[in-house]
Design a protein around this ligand. Structure first.
Ligand SMILES: NC(=O)c1ccc[n+]([C@@H]2O[C@H](COP(=O)([O-])OP(=O)(O)OC[C@H]3O[C@@H](n4cnc5c(N)ncnc54)[C@H](O)[C@@H]3O)[C@@H](O)[C@H]2O)c1
Length: 320
C-alpha cells in the first residue's frame, strides 16, 4: 500500500484556481442532487483544544476524503499556528488511503473556489471592480478566484492590518494580467464602485451599509461562521437574491442569514445543476454565503492528487 504525501507547496503548485473552481462546482452539484454523503462534523474536545473531523464521499465522481482540523488556542505561545488542518484522500472502492496533504493550503484553495463558482454563475459578465474586505489568506484566494472568472481590473481593499494589504499587493503583482490594488478610503468608497464585493474577514459586525451597493453587484461572504457573527448586513440580504452552499448549514451557522431572518432563494448546486437560474437580470443584486463544506475538501483533494500524480509532486511512501 502506497500513500502520497503532499506539502503546502505541493498543494499550491498542483492545481490551478480554475481547476479548483471546476472541481468545487461538481461538489455543489452532487450535494444539491442528493448524490453526496456528508455526515455532520464530529467534534473531539481535548484538554487544550478541539479537533474536528469532516468526512465526505461524492457518489458520482467517487471523491472521498476526511479533513482533520484542530483549533488549539495556546499554540501561538509554542510558536505554532492556532488552526491546523490535514486532509486524507481515500480510495472509494477499497477504503485505502491514497494521499495525506497539508490542509490549510487546500482549505484556501477550495474556499476561494467556492467564491469562484458563485462568481461564475452570479456576477455580471462585465464585472471589473472588486471591493475586497479583508486581505488575509482567504481574501487573497477569493480575489484570485474572482479574477479567474471575470476580467477584474481594480481591487479596492479594506483591512485595518496594513501588513496584510502589503502581502496581498505583493502576491497580486505576481499574477499575469494583475489588477490594480488600491487601499480604499472607506468601506463606502469601496462598495459604491464595486461590481463584486468580497467579505473574507474575522469581523463580528457588518462591514458596510447595504444601501451603498450598486444595482447589479454580486456579494460573496465567507467569514462569519457562528449565529452571532454578522459580516454582511440585513439591508444587503433584503436587497439581494440569497444563495448558499447548503441550506441546512447556512441556517445553523451563518449569522448573516440568521440575524437578518433572510429567506434562502437557492443552493449554489441547484444553479450549477440548472434546476434554479443563475443571475436573472443586469440589475439584480446577488449574495452568496459559504460556510464551508466537507464535500469541497473531498473534490479539491481528489483534483489536487490527480494533478500531483501527473506532475510527479510529493513523496510516495510504502506503508506495508
Ligand atoms: N467559508 C469557509 O469555507 C471558510 C474557510 C476558511 C476560513 N473561513 C473564515 O474566513 C475568515 C478569514 O479567514 P483568514 O484565514 O483569511 O483569516 P486571516 O486572519 O488571514 O485574515 C482576516 C483578515 O480580516 C481582517 N479584518 C478583520 N476585521 C476586519 C474589518 N472589520 N474590516 C476589514 N478587514 C477586517 C484582518 O485584519 C485580517 O487581515 C475567518 O472568519 C475564517 O474562519 C471561512
Amino acid at each position: 500500500m502506497q500513500i502520497r504525501l503532499l506539502t503546502a507547496s505541493d498543494v499550491r503548485s498542483a492545481l490551478s484556481m480554475r481547476g479548483a473552481i471546476d472541481a468545487v462546482a461538481t461538489a455543489y452539484a452532487q450535494l444539491a442532487a442528493g448524490k453526496a454523503t456528508m455526515p455532520l462534523r464530529v467534534k473531539v474536545p481535548t484538554e487544550k483544544g478541539v479537533t474536528l473531523l469532516m468526512p465526505a464521499h461524492l457518489h458520482e465522481t467517487g471523491d472521498f476524503a476526511v479533513k482533520i482540523v484542530s483549533v488549539f488556542g495556546e499554540n501561538p505561545a509554542l510558536g505554532l499556528p492556532t488552526v491546523t488542518a490535514t486532509v486524507m484522500a481515500l480510495d472509494p472502492s477499497t477504503g485505502l488511503p491514497l494521499a495525506l496533504m497539508e490542509g490549510d493550503s487546500l482549505t484556501a484553495l477550495r474556499t476561494g473556489a467556492a467564491g469562484g463558482v458563485a462568481t461564475r454563475y452570479l456576477a455580471r459578465p462585465d464585472a471589473a471592480t472588486v471591493a475586497l474586505f479583508g486581505a488575509g489568506v482567504q481574501a487573497r484566494s477569493q480575489l484570485l478566484a474572482a479574477a479567474t472568472e471575470r476580467p477584474i481590473r481594480r481591487v479596492l481593499v479594506v483591512d485595518p492590518f496594513a501588513e496584510a494589504i502589503e502581502r496581498l499587493r505583493a502576491e497580486v503583482a505576481t499574477w499575469p494580467d494583475a489588477p490594480e490594488v488600491i487601499v480604499a478610503t472607506s468601506p463606502k468608497a469601496a462598495v459604491v464602485q464595486a461590481d463584486i464585493v468580497i467579505a473574507a474577514t474575522t469581523t463580528k459586525t457588518p462591514l458596510f451599509d447595504g444601501n451603498d451597493l450598486k444595482p447589479g453587484t454580486h456579494v460573496t461572504g465567507v467569514g462569519s461562521f457562528t449565529p452571532e457573527m454578522q459580516e454582511i448586513d440585513a439591508v444587503t440580504l433584503s436587497r439581494a437574491r440569497v444563495v448558499v452552499d447548503q441550506r441546512e448549514a447556512a441556517m445553523a451557522e451563518a449569522g448573516d442569514i440568521i440575524i437578518a431572518k433572510a429567506a434562502i432563494d437557492a443552493e449554489i448546486g441547484e444553479i450549477v445543476n440548472g434546476t434554479q437560474p443563475g443571475r436573472q437580470s443586469d440589475d439584480q443584486i446577488t449574495y452568496f454565503k459559504s460556510v464551508g463544506l466537507a464535500v469541497q475538501d473531498a473534490v479539491a483533494a481528489a483534483a489536487v492528487l490527480k494533478a500531483a500524480e501527473a506532475k510527479g509532486l510529493g513523496t510516495v511512501i510504502e506503508m506495508s
